[in-house]
Design a protein around this ligand. Structure first.
Ligand SMILES: *Cc1c(COP(=O)(O)O)cnc(C)c1O
Length: 642
């Protein structure tokens, strides 16, 4: 039990520290004086903030419900501005003669709305797009208007892809074909001769430099993409032979995404800048140095080189890049190139927030253990009971060992038919009462034995939540990435429960039990007890990058509702767009069901039930209605409305 005076002493500041919102929130997310998470999109107007609780209220009034993905247009704009302004500041500080021109890699979040916003907000910086496939190029050409912005074409290219890129070049777009494999050069030259259009060619290089983090294999010698040094020389020789060296204008590499350590970033820039300088010496005009993606997001707020974080700030990142490139170019007396980066994650991660409601909880409370047991009770249960009665602060470890010992014997006895289900149930509740006692008291002993470290996690509550990890936060499941998760309200109350989060798929991996923590990874999250009848909402933050399209239809849970929000400088907000999530019918059709046929087949089954005298014709009508309503409904848990 928690003492009432402790409950009273809880302040919003305690919630800020507990959930780390000041560290990962990048001052976009904070807790307002009502104890609700609010969004503050404008660096120059910190007073303008909108509560997530007000937003969810507005959404419900419009007939949509959780789970819902919120997209904040302002945050996309802010991040894009921040990136460009940081590079410009570094360029000014260093006296760099070239400029910065970023491109947004479509694959990070390829929703049409995202592309439109990136090109709209990016126009004042001539921020362009990066495509890695033909469909992405086709998407890019539909939104790109700015002829000053770059269009970088990576990925394997067939004739159709190349022709489209060449036409874009002819229309005046700054389109680059980045050669990923040696064989591509021939095709690019062939098509450009055929169409009479001179291409802009870039080369993707494999670096010897490698980076730590999840995606170490994307860079380095063993990377599957890019040209090694001898292939690069072959490409240069081929271009010379074909009298096309004047088309070679860009060097590109991509070390991998979410690079947590600035040292790895620096060492890759050094190597690429050296290659660039050598290509200039070979006689290529060059002009563009494209450093790929990798700019990390500090998901856990630790500012370290841990894989969910980064040990550098954006201005350090920019300053380091500018400084390295400038010193190498100066050394070789080469004109300063235009620097391109392909940051995706850092631009869109903050943009989306997933909100869902808690449906139910299961707590770890076991029946109170009786003071005395019936003398007829099985001997081993009596032994376990004695452990329970003998618990003191001094013998926690010993009691823990004994409890495990007797519990295992008792479970064995049960398997062999020597104990009844009721007896086993009594034993289990004694056992868990012992564990609960140890977990509660262990903080009062000076040196906690290592074995008891994780004991609190074993008795955590389970909060069942209305979402699917596989659909909405796939990287949490696939690569154990940490995302900030916290309640969006009641933050002026002390959260008294420790919980893990379960989603509503029936997969045992459908859970989140790794959380950001000041020191290490936490295995439980502090949450509030549910108030009967009132909704309790949790938010998963920083899910704008990669999560939306990597998500899958596990257990046939489909896309969630998506709502785009624009916050106004006056403090109000507009719901700019709402996209209803998948219906059951939608997801079934994705896996090739013909829903019309399904209804017909089900009608026949119902007809048969009438013939067998199980239901009436009126029953049939209700049953068919329920089935059809189910098809039209949301795939997630819906509240029943009378
Ligand atoms: C994925 C990818 C990116 C984006 O990387 P981020 O780390 O998200 O910025 C950039 N360039 C290429 C070639 C990529 O494959």
């Amino acid at each position: 039990m928690i003492k009432p005076e402790l409950l009273d002493r809880w302040k919003i500041k305690n919630s800020e520290d507990l959930y780390g919102i000041k560290t990962w929130g990048a001052s976009y997310f904070e807790i307002n004086d009502k104890g609700e998470v609010s969004v503050t999109p404008f660096a120059d107007k910190p007073d303008v903030s909108v509560s997530l609780v007000d937003i969810i209220k507005g959404i419900k009034e419009r007939g949509l419900d959780a789970p819902v993905l919120l997209r904040f247009e302002n945050l996309l704009d802010s991040q894009l501005t921040f990136l460009n302004e940081s590079f410009n500041a570094a360029i000014n500080d260093a006296g760099y003669k070239g400029s910065y021109q970023g491109v947004y890699p479509i694959k990070v979040n390829q929703q049409q709305q995202v592309l439109k916003e990136v090109t709209r907000f990016g126009e004042r910086y001539h921020h362009g797009l990066e495509v890695g496939s033909k469909p992405e190029l086709i998407a890019a050409l539909s939104v790109m208007k700015d002829k000053e912005a770059c269009l970088v074409c990576n990925g394997y290219k067939d004739e159709e892809f190349i022709d489209l890129g060449l036409y874009a070049t002819k229309m005046g777009f700054k389109c680059f074909f980045v050669v990923e494999i040696p064989g591509e050069v021939d095709m690019i030259l062939q098509r450009s001769r055929k169409l009479g259009i001179t291409p802009n060619i870039g080369v993707r290089i494999k670096l010897a430099s490698r980076a730590g983090g999840h995606w170490t294999e994307s860079g380095g010698d063993r990377s599957i993409f890019g040209l090694n040094v001898s292939q690069l020389i072959d490409v240069v020789d081929l271009l010379k032979k074909e009298d096309m060296l004047h088309a070679l204008k860009l060097v590109h590499y991509h070390l991998g995404s979410q690079i947590p350590n600035i040292r790895d970033i620096r060492s890759a820039v050094v190597e690429a800048a050296r290659v660039y300088a050598e290509l200039v010496k070979e006689g290529a005009p060059m002009g563009y140095l494209d450093l790929g993606g990798g700019l990390a997001v500090d998901y856990d707020g630790s500012k370290t080189n841990y894989s969910s974080s980064r040990n550098y700030s954006l201005s350090e990142y920019c300053a380091d890049i500018i400084e390295v490139v400038m010193s190498i170019m100066n050394e070789h007396e080469i004109e300063h190139p235009t620097i391109i980066t392909e940051s995706g994650r850092a631009i869109v991660a903050y943009y989306s927030v997933l909100l869902f409601n808690v449906l139910d909880t299961s707590t770890f409370e076991h029946p109170v253990v009786p003071e005395t047991l019936d003398p007829e009770t099985h001997e081993q249960i009596i032994n376990l009971h004695e452990v329970y009665k003998g618990l003191t602060l001094k013998n926690l470890q010993e009691s823990f060992n004994d409890a495990i010992y007797y519990r295992d014997i008792i479970r064995d006895h049960f398997k062999h038919g020597q104990l009844s289900l009721r007896e086993r149930s009594l034993a289990e509740s004694i056992f868990w009462n012992i564990i609960t006692y140890i977990a509660a008291e262990k903080s009062r002993v000076k040196r906690v034995p290592q074995e008891l470290d994780g004991i609190g996690d074993a008795i955590a509550d389970i909060y069942y939540c209305n979402f699917s990890v596989f659909q909405s936060v796939p990287d949490s499941w696939a690569i154990d990435q940490l995302f900030p998760i916290m309640p969006i309200h009641r933050l002026n109350e002390m959260p008294t429960r420790k919980a893990v989060i379960a989603d509503i798929t029936c997969d045992c991996d459908g859970k989140i039990d790794r959380f950001i923590d000041t020191h290490d990874v936490g295995h439980t999250l502090r949450l509030h007890a549910l108030n009967n009848g009132s909704d309790y909402y949790l938010g998963v933050f920083l899910v704008g990058a990669y999560q939306e399209t990597l998500g899958d239809l596990h257990n046939l849970f489909g896309d969630t509702n998506v709502v785009s929000i624009q916050i106004n400088k006056t403090g109000g907000f507009d719901i700019v767009r709402e996209i209803e999530g998948d219906s059951v019918e939608d997801v079934l059709s994705y896996v090739e069901y013909d829903t019309k046929r399904m209804v017909e087949d089900f009608k026949q089954s119902a007809e048969e039930a009438i013939r067998e005298g199980r239901i009436t014709a009126a029953d049939r009508r209700n049953i068919i209605n329920a089935y059809q309503n189910g098809l039209r409904g949301y795939t997630y848990y819906e509240r029943f409305e009378e």
